[in-house]
Ligand binder design. Sequence first.
Ligand code: VGL
Ligand code: ZN
Length: 204
Amino acid sequence: MRPASDALIVIDVQNDFCPGGALAVAGGDAVVAPINAMMDDFAVRVLTQDWHPADHRSFAAQHPGARPFSMTEMPYGPQVLWPTHCVQGTPGAAFHPDLRTDPADLILRKGFRREIDSYSAFFENDRTTPTGLQGYLRSRGVSSVTLVGLATDFCVGYSALDAARLGFVVTVELGACRAIDLDGSLAQALEQMRAAGVTLVGAT
Ligand code: VGL
Ligand code: ZN
């Protein structure tokens, strides 16, 4: 058992990010078994859930003529346009059926504001609107976080960079993560995490 100051943060292990889902990550379901096995080591466990309204602005379908995985400009900067995914209350937004959710202390939903995407578990994509997770972890005495889940180069990576920026000691267990890897986004995310002082376990 790790000290009470260490939290496990499980990012977006939801059906739409697993094979057969709307924004399937290759091997996304392979993270479930290692994550389930890690949970008992941690006194603080948080699950995040990507949770979008059906007309979310990050969906390509909301931008006439735009293809999924193309780029657009939002008021807060460049934004990938995604296939419609993780719509609130749909089966695609549910956790993978084999993920252990009972041990979670907190289930944090993000991406629920129509106008702004939220990759990170700490801040929305403007990098300033907080989700509240920082306050939750601090008030529970957490100083160190281990991140796992989907996807390495988006929601896990952004969460790791924000956690490091906020002063948490940050570890990413790559064996319990899988990437989307859009135009070199995985290599870029790994490089940015390294530069921010994030410990990458299982990096080659
Ligand atoms: C994610 C793209 C869009 C993720 C969420 O969980 O990494 N990626 N929404
Ligand atoms: Zn999303």
